[in-house]
Each structure stands twice: as structure tokens, then as C-alpha cells.
Design a protein around this ligand. Structure first.
Ligand code: AHM
Ligand code: MG
Length: 347
């Protein structure tokens, strides 16, 4: 780390002085703190920020679909109107492809991973995993959705094409991860393993600006978040834990978009759960695209992320691109409490 100089005021000081710090400035300053950084990761994070702005523009227009043309039909301009999740997927791939900072992408929307050719003979050492539009069923009713992303350093030879093993890495190997929440305002939250920061999109200048520095999840709170409609389909130990939550007058909050539910928990505390059900015996959410990147952010904010079988999510060895896992994550004391219930009632 370079020593701080008069001209190199720390980001914290600038933030305390109410100085606007854009996402681009933040990641460049962070890069300057590391003597050996090559700028590739910086470029990659910037590309994700650009793609998020494009997707945000389209999410904001979603309510106008009836005017602009229904999905599958041609709109007034003669373009076929796409489903927003497909659109988001294509935009993220396009932005990452154009910059050359990414060697390949694995997306929840694609069966196989997508290799990206190197630009100007410069091979990238990073790959991206993503869920381009999480909670997409919320779109039709104007409720928040999100994008989730994770960045890994390649494990295969960077001079050759990407391989599946580049994506099948444990969450503990993530170099960076985060999400974008398209909500009442649009916010990008990410971590490079050194705390969690949030950047709110200022639509008047079209920039993500640092709005939440060093986010710390509350140790506990009164919120729990899961689809309680599946109660009878959960294992007995999970039902006992949920009984405990409602017996203790905890408040249930469930938006049905993991990004939105986790975002509230990061700021107000709580526990988010998606246990195994009869329909999804291994859980519904995807290890690579959802649970690992979000688990990384939650842990970086001081929280915990485990499966309902009590393994640490980030330590799971991935066995397939679309592997599903159960999940319980959020405030550390609440995750510990849930763990104690599962241990007691499954014994
Ligand atoms: P998606 O990525 O296909 O949108 O599905 C993931 C979403 C999560 O965001 C959310 O927590 C969950 O699925 C909701 O599932 P359910 O409707 O079964 O409660
Ligand atoms: Mg999803």
C-alpha cells in the first residue's frame, strides 16, 4: 500500500467532506493503493457499472411496455421487444465483450459458459459469473429486481481459451462480487474483499456515486425473510425455526427478489432463507450466480452465509455451472440461532 500523501486524501476523508466520489474514481483510487495492480479488474468493474446503467434505463421503461409494444411483438420503431432478463443478459455480455477485460462469462441465462475472444492479443485473466436479472417475475408488477455478479481470476492458462474449471471455483476464491438493485433508486453494492461499499445512481449526472461506505450488517434484528407459503414443504427442523420466528413476534419481509431482500438485511439486519422444499430438494437458488456472490458480500459486511445443512456457502466445492443450494444468510447472531435450531431438531 502506498503511504497517504497530502494530495492523496483517503476516500474516507473525501466522503466525510461530502465530496462526490463516483464509482469510476473510487475504483481507480482503490487500484492506486495497490502497487502491483494492472488495471484489469478496475476496467472490469467499470464495464459492469456501464452495463448496469444501460439495464437500469430499460428497467425504468418496463412500465411503458404496453405503449412501446408487448414482449415478442414489434414496437413503434420496428424492433422486437425482448424480455428484460434476456435483454439484461445480452447487455452485460456485450459490455464485457467490448472492453476485452473479461475472458469468459457464465450466466444463469445460458446453459454453457461463453468464452470471450481477447482484444488486441491481450488475454484477460478474469472471468465473470452473473445472474443478469434476479427476481425477474417482479418486473411485470413494477417491483424491485437486481443483477448479481462475481469475478474470479482464471485458473487455466490465460493464453488459451477459458475452461469450465475457471468458473467452478469456490466462493472463497472470488476476487470481487456485488449486486445492483433497481429499486426506488438504483444502487450498486460491491466488495473486492476489503469491506463493502454502495454507490447510488444519480440520474441527473448518470453516475454511480459513493453513498454508503463500509457497510456493516447489524448483528441481529427483528426481520426474517423466506417464502413462508412453503412451510409444510420444509423439513421439521426448519419448521421449528420458523415457528420460533413467528412466536417471537419477528417481522416477515419477503419481496421474492433475493437482491432486494438481502439489501434490506444488509442495512437493517435479519436473516434470509431459501431452504430445500419437495419441489427443490437441493434448494432453488444457484451457487455460482446467486449464493456465492451474495454470500461474499454478506460476509464482507460482517454477516454469515451457510446452507440449511449448515456448511459455509463460500467453502462449497462447485460441481456444475447451474448447481443449486439451500441458503441461510444475514445477521451473524441470527444465522447462529438458526443453526442451533437445526442442530437441535435434526438430532
Ligand atoms: P430468478 O433468478 O429466476 O429470478 O429466481 C431467483 C429468485 C430469487 O431472487 C428469489 O429469492 C426467489 O427466486 C423467489 O423464489 P420463490 O418464488 O420460490 O419464493
Ligand atoms: Mg436469480
Amino acid at each position: 500500500m502506498k503511504p497517504e500523501t497530502q494530495n492523496h486524501l483517503s476516500l474516507t476523508k473525501l466522503f466525510m467532506q461530502n465530496r462526490i466520489i463516483t464509482l469510476d474514481e473510487f475504483i481507480i483510487r482503490r487500484q492506486q493503493e495497490h502497487n502491483f495492480a494492472t488495471g484489469e479488474l478496475t476496467g472490469l468493474l467499470r464495464d459492469i457499472g456501464v452495463a448496469a446503467k444501460i439495464v437500469n434505463r430499460e428497467v425504468n421503461k418496463a412500465g411503458l411496455l404496453n405503449i412501446l409494444g408487448a414482449v415478442g411483438n414489434e414496437n413503434l420503431h420496428g424492433d422486437t421487444v425482448q424480455k428484460l432478463d434476456i435483454y439484461a443478459n445480452e447487455k452485460f455480455i456485450e459490455c464485457l465483450r467490448n472492453s476485452g477485460e473479461c475472458a469468459g462469462i457464465a450466466s444463469e441465462e445460458n446453459e454453457e459458459f461463453i468464452p470471450l475472444p481477447p482484444l488486441h492479443d491481450k488475454a484477460s485473466k478474469y472471468v465473470v459469473v452473473m445472474d443478469p436479472l434476479d427476481g425477474s417475475s417482479n418486473i411485470d408488477v413494477n417491483v424491485s429486481v437486481g443483477t448479481i455478479f462475481g469475478i474470479y481470476r482464471r485458473v487455466s492458462d490465460p493464453s488459451g481459451p477459458v475452461k469450465q474449471e475457471d468458473f467452478l471455483q469456490k466462493g472463497t476464491d472470488l476476487v470481487a462480487a456485488g449486486y445492483v438493485l433497481y429499486g426506488t433508486s438504483t444502487i450498486l453494492v460491491y466488495s473486492t474483499g476489503n469491506g463493502v461499499n454502495g454507490f447510488t445512481l444519480d440520474p441527473t449526472i448518470g453516475e454511480f456515486c459513493l453513498s454508503h461506505q463500509n457497510i456493516q450488517i447489524p448483528k441481529r434484528s427483528n426481520y426474517y425473510s423466506l417464502n413462508q407459503g412453503y412451510y409444510l414443504k420444509f423439513d421439521i427442523e426448519m419448521r421449528r425455526y420458523i415457528d420460533h420466528c413467528s412466536d417471537s413476534n419477528m417481522q416477515l419481509r419477503y419481496i421474492g427478489s433475493m437482491v432486494s431482500d438481502i439489501h434490506r438485511i444488509l442495512f437493517q439486519g435479519g436473516i434470509f432463507l431459501y431452504p430445500n422444499t419437495r419441489k427443490y430438494p437441493k434448494g432453488k437458488l444457484r451457487l455460482l450466480y446467486e449464493c456465492n456472490p451474495i454470500g461474499f458480500v454478506v460476509e464482507q459486511a460482517g454477516g454469515k452465509a451457510i446452507t440449511c445443512q449448515l456448511e459455509r456457502v463460500l467453502e462449497l466445492e462447485p460441481n456444475g455451472l447451474h448447481q443449486r443450494v439451500t441458503v441461510a444468510m444475514g445477521s451473524p447472531e441470527m444465522v447462529d440461532e438458526m443453526k442451533a435450531f437445526v442442530e437441535k431438531y435434526s438430532a
